[in-house]
Design a protein around this ligand. Structure first.
Ligand code: HPA
Ligand code: ZN
Length: 326
């Protein structure tokens, strides 16, 4: 059965999208022009052809290079607003967006420039379109714990604008425990916690255990490899942790969507969700990810609805607000 119309019409919730990963080539050219930056590509086609990645590090190199066009508060506004318009057009009612402040402060863009632009877009989109959103600040795990702590302290004046903190970038040799102190301080400050547990990393299982037991994460991003450890799946289920999976991202980074694992976890009653990750780079927003998954493992309407329920249940919203969506 073709459930494309059903998927498109379904109210949706996104829990794993990097706002910098929504920078479409067209906007990249626009911002480059506005900021007088010379891109090393003649046109959009050439830029897209340079999107050549087959693992996490090769993706990240292109992802960080792309951000160089983001300089002013207006740039961050435009980036965020365009994503929220797109999400709203796909019937996404609520989204939790990651942002990577260190990728900007490290090249001289102010923390306040970044967050003020994003925040203004969130308010504008909610007012004009009705789409709600919250922000999650990610630490870059391939930088030091000290830099992460500095960034955490920088964020404190904006605490009311940030619901939680996460951990992203290159996982290799950068286990969650490297940031234990930062995460504990973040919790003391009232932030919720999530951790990227990317697919097929060296030490994946151990990293997921650390995120759950040592960090005390409230959510896991990706977390596909938990399927290899029955006790770990039990623990994740016991704690009702949402797992934010990203099928099209997986297809690029590890060569397969891992749709079978997602389906298996649904059968185990785990709180798995479907998300877009970096939709400008792994082409596909929420609908495309759900359609791809449905095609691969032939999910029926019941499971598609369950995925959406899981996302709203896993959302970092007050109970009463979730209930209005459910
Ligand atoms: N994994 C790690 N770091 C990232 C990702 C991801 O999927 N997207 C953007 N930064
Ligand atoms: Zn991600």
């Amino acid at each position: 059965e073709n459930l494309q119309d059903f998927i498109e019409g379904m109210p949706k919730c996104e829990l794993h999208v990097h706002v910098e990963g929504t920078l479409e080539p067209e906007m990249k050219f626009e911002l480059a022009k506005r900021n007088n930056i010379e891109l090393p590509y003649a046109n959009i086609e050439a830029l897209k052809n340079a999107y050549d990645f087959d693992d996490l590090p090769s993706f990240l190199a292109i992802y960080y290079e792309g951000m160089n066009v983001l300089l002013t508060e207006q740039d961050f506004f435009d980036l965020t607003y365009a994503y929220l318009v797109k999400a709203h057009s796909q019937n996404v009612l609520y989204t939790e967006m990651f942002f990577d402040p260190q990728a900007h402060t490290a090249r001289g863009v102010g923390f306040d420039t970044v967050i003020r632009g994003i925040r203004r877009a969130q308010i504008a989109a909610e007012t004009s379109l009705g789409i709600r959103s919250q922000l999650i600040m990610c630490f870059l795990r391939d930088w030091s714990a000290e830099f992460a702590m500095t960034t955490l302290l920088q964020s404190l004046p904006y605490k009311e604008w940030i619901i939680g903190v996460g951990l992203d970038s290159d996982e290799r040799n950068n286990p969650p425990m490297k940031f234990n102190k930062v995460f504990q301080r973040a919790r003391e400050e009232g932030y919720l916690l999530t951790v990227h547990c990317d697919v097929n990393q060296q030490g994946s299982i151990q990293h997921i255990w650390q995120a759950v037991n040592d960090i005390g994460a409230d959510r896991l991003d990706h977390g596909v490899n938990a399927i290899e450890d029955k006790a770990l799946c039990e623990e994740i289920k016991k704690r009702s942790l949402a797992l934010t999976m990203c099928p099209i991202s997986n297809a690029y980074v590890v060569g397969g969507t891992k749709a079978d694992v997602l389906d298996q976890m649904l059968d185990l009653g785990m709180r798995v969700t479907v998300n877009s990750d970096d939709p400008a780079y792994f082409p596909g927003y929420m609908n495309e990810n759900l359609i791809r998954l449905q095609e691969e493992v032939n999910l029926g309407k019941d499971k598609l609805v369950q995925l959406t329920r899981n996302a709203f249940e896993g959302a970092w919203l007050p109970r009463a607000t979730k209930d209005r969506y459910l």
